[in-house]
Design a protein around this ligand. Structure first.
Ligand code: SF4
Ligand code: SF4
Length: 95
């Protein structure tokens, strides 16, 4: 984990696809900024996500599986929307 709270790409190399760490953050789509959610076509975040099943397209719109997302930030960096359409938010901890 680097100081920004993201999991480094190097660390991701050692993750098994069925292994999701309890990352402190998770990605959330701001649908009003998302090209796919606002009438366009885009699947860049899905194509770049390194974690199987963490983000998928449903009816042409990206959907994040909170139980699989590591909060790595790859999708955030890759998103081509004019304003950031994905952000990392703190994961709520269940007690
Ligand atoms: S932050 Fe984005 S790229 Fe990283 S696991 Fe979650 S959905 Fe995938
Ligand atoms: S990359 Fe950005 S604009 Fe494209 S579908 Fe994902 S969140 Fe939406």
């Amino acid at each position: 984990m680097n100081p920004s709270g993201r999991v480094s790409r190097r660390a991701l190399l050692f993750l098994r696809q069925d292994e999701t760490p309890q990352a402190p953050s998770v990605a959330v789509i701001r649908v009003w900024k998302c090209l796919a959610h606002t009438g366009g076509f885009c699947s860049v975040c899905v194509e770049h996500c390194p974690v199987a099943g963490a983000i998928t397209l449903e009816h042409g719109k990206p959907r994040i599986a909170l139980d699989r997302c590591t909060g790595c930030g790859v999708c955030i960096d890759a998103c081509p929307a004019p304003e950031p359409a994905i952000q990392a938010v703190a994961r709520r901890r269940s007690s």
